[in-house]
Design a protein around this ligand. Structure first.
Ligand SMILES: [Zn+2]
Length: 384
């Protein structure tokens, strides 16, 4: 009986829910899909709304990597997607098998569909990284967190990874700033970099080298453009996507109430709304061009603080929605997410020398509303 249980746990990768858990986290152990193509098919009667989640997860992965997803139940290797108990997947391609992947109602979400697909592609959990002890406190008996090989490639640990579990009493961040960031269902920018490294997706052979700005990199899905970090767009990520605000040395407030439309969303993927706080010598020109043409005065710092959070789903993780004040210098890295206004984290003043300072409102856009204030400190002044 013990042997059988072990076999089952080896075969099944991580899950959302409390079903079978895995000890197998190694990337190098898992098989990659040949020709960068994952075959899949759905069980008869698989709910259409769940199919839509996979459609959007596959589209997301296709547009950020060199991977393809083909609906083919006759392939030698394929992922058989079913509605069973809980959400889980095998880790990596299981040669000669039609391996199962389950999505279930209590955990059905675009981010979970993408998380389980990442497992099927060979990507393990964030809490299974060899460097996780620098960032997390985990109890050894929490066997979901077992490490046995290097799983990090060159990608740094990110508390906002879609592959990292939520906080519990036995698994929590060393830095409490990230208490609500763990368990996010939003795809981290580094998640796609990890997948691209694992599958060798890159634009090295492309004749044109793009100079991608603001943390972007040449997109392996389309080497004629860059993949941009949150809030940026355009071929080389030098255009601002979202609302542009001009900071002064006095605090200014911005209240965001969201749209009032009743339209259906086209995608199951969570929506992001971006705000840019800029310091510019020619603000009007910057807004008109939507490009970051001008430099902030030397050494200036932009400060932002959230002052109201309303209508966000607040519990132990900001999985469904949240606000991210992207103050970390590395624009690829997730800064702490907030969705609850009942602790001392949510309204902290965040400072950054990044210009513009990007603010992300993540998740369902019709309910949650928030307000923040912003200013800049010229020269080498810092906040007291
Ligand atoms: Zn998992």
């Amino acid at each position: 009986m013990k042997v059988l249980l072990l076999l089952v746990s080896l075969a099944v990768g991580l899950c959302f829910g409390n079903q079978v858990r895995s000890k197998r986290q190694a990337l190098s152990d898992a098989l990659r899909w040949p020709n960068n193509t994952m075959n899949y098919y759905y069980e008869d009667g698989f709910p259409l709304e769940m199919q839509a989640m996979f459609r959007d997860a596959f589209n997301y992965l296709k547009s950020h990597t060199c991977l393809n997803f083909v609906n083919n139940k006759d392939a030698e290797n394929a992922v058989y997607i079913r509605n069973r108990v809980s959400c889980w997947s095998a880790l990596g391609m299981r040669s000669g098998e039609h391996q199962e992947l389950s999505l279930d109602y209590p955990c059905a979400h675009f981010g979970v569909a993408l998380h389980e697909t990442m497992h099927a592609l060979g990507i393990a959990h964030g809490q299974a990284r060899t460097d996780r002890d620098k960032y997390l406190i985990v109890e050894a008996e929490d066997h979901n967190d077992y490490i046995n090989e290097d799983t990090t490639l060159s990608v740094p640990f990110d508390y906002g990874s879609v592959m990292l579990y939520w906080r519990t009493e036995r698994r929590f961040p060393k830095d409490p700033e990230y208490n609500y960031t763990m368990g996010s269902l939003r795809v981290g920018f580094y998640d796609m970099i990890l997948l691209n490294e694992y599958y060798g997706c890159n634009c090295e052979k492309h004749p044109v080298k793009l100079d991608c700005k603001n943390g972007g990199y040449q997109n392996p899905a389309n080497c004629d453009e860059c993949t941009c970090t949150d809030g940026f767009k355009g071929q080389t990520c030098d255009e601002l996507d979202g609302h542009i605000l001009s900071a002064s040395t006095e605090w200014r407030p911005l209240y965001y109430g969201g749209p009032y439309s009743k339209t259906l969303e086209k995608s199951m993927a969570p929506k992001n709304v971006f705000f840019h706080v800029t310091v510019s010598t020619d603000y009007l020109q910057e807004v008109l061009s939507k490009k970051t043409l001008f430099q902030a005065p030397e050494g200036s710092t932009i400060e932002v603080r959230t002052t109201r959070l309303e209508g966000f789903f607040c519990h132990f993780t900001c999985d469904w929605n949240g606000v991210e004040l992207k103050y970390l210098t590395d624009r690829r890295m997730t800064s702490p997410l907030t969705c609850c206004d009942d602790d001392n984290l949510w309204n902290k003043t965040r400072s950054s020398t990044n210009n513009p300072f990007v603010i992300v409102k993540y998740g369902e856009d019709k309910g949650p509303r928030f307000q923040f204030e912003y200013r800049y400190l010229p020269g080498n002044l810092t906040s007291s």
